[in-house]
Design a binder for this molecule. Structure first.
Ligand code: PRT
Ligand code: ZN
Length: 210
């Protein structure tokens, strides 16, 4: 029997829930924080602990068979992967926001302005679909401080409670994409008997929770 590999986030917002769902599937493994790989003792599966940004490509390229990652990360990476199951955690929305005192209130008002984001691919597509020409400033984190520093007129970032926007004097006015954690594989993954078994267990865990 071939041992499958599943890639999950090593640390961060999705780590705990990813580990929890696998444990709830009856999988027995050590969740060593310092180890990058862990073997499941009662299922032909190895767990790879990675930065979330690397997970879509690992699955696309066949280094891992399965992955648990946010839809935002998959879409931004443009990875060719198959969505096997939405997992109901890590829910958030990619939103465009402006300073509270800004006169920008609709998408067309963004014409000619600068927008800071860590999601340039998703934002560019969204702007194109809305026929807006804006300057995208790609930064890797702390996007919310962009307008305060004069780096940008607006931002496009992940929002969950909205607390971070609020505390930085920003207000959202457009939703670019909704996201949650999903189980991904490659085309045809669902025909692998071990993948199918794991998928069935995940579905039962989700059903029991609902
Ligand atoms: O180290 P690694 O690269 O693996 O992790 P990371 O730092 O890139 O990601 P991490 O752990 O922060 O987030 C992992 C995934 O969780 C994201 O890709 C999303 O799919 C999902 N997620 C859910 C979120 C949030 N909620 C979230 N609130 N990701 C980020 N945030 C950030 C957001 O960027 C902003 O800074 O939280 C802030 C806003 O939160 P609120 O509650 O104040 O609105
Ligand atoms: Zn990341």
């Amino acid at each position: 029997m071939k041992t499958l590999k599943i890639a999950i986030q090593k640390s961060g917002r999705l780590n705990e829930k990813s580990v929890e769902i696998l444990k709830n599937c009856g999988l027995s493994f050590e969740n060593y924080k310092s180890s990058l790989i862990s073997s499941v003792s009662n299922f032909p599966l190895e767990i790879l602990f990675l930065r979330d940004d690397d997970i879509p490509e690992y699955v696309q390229d066949g280094i891992a068979d399965l992955g648990i990652v946010g839809e935002n990360v998959i879409t931004e990476a443009g990875a060719q992967v198959t969505y096997l199951q939405k997992l109901g955690f890590g829910k958030c929305t990619l939103k465009i926001a402006v300073p509270n005192n800004s006169t920008v209130s609709e998408i067309s008002d963004l014409e000619g302005l600068a927008i800071a984001t860590s999601y340039p691919v998703i934002l560019e597509k969204y702007l194109q679909e809305n026929n807006v020409n804006a300057q995208i400033r790609t930064i890797s984190g702390s996007v919310e401080i962009g307008p305060g520093l004069g780096l940008s007129d607006a931002i496009c970032d992940i929002v969950s409670t909205g607390g971070t926007l609020k505390s930085n004097g920003l207000k959202p006015f457009a939703e670019v994409m909704q996201s949650e954690a999903v189980l991904i594989g490659r085309e045809g993954s669902e025909f692998n008997p071990e993948v199918l078994e794991l998928l069935q267990r995940i579905k039962s865990v989700l059903k029991a929770k609902a």
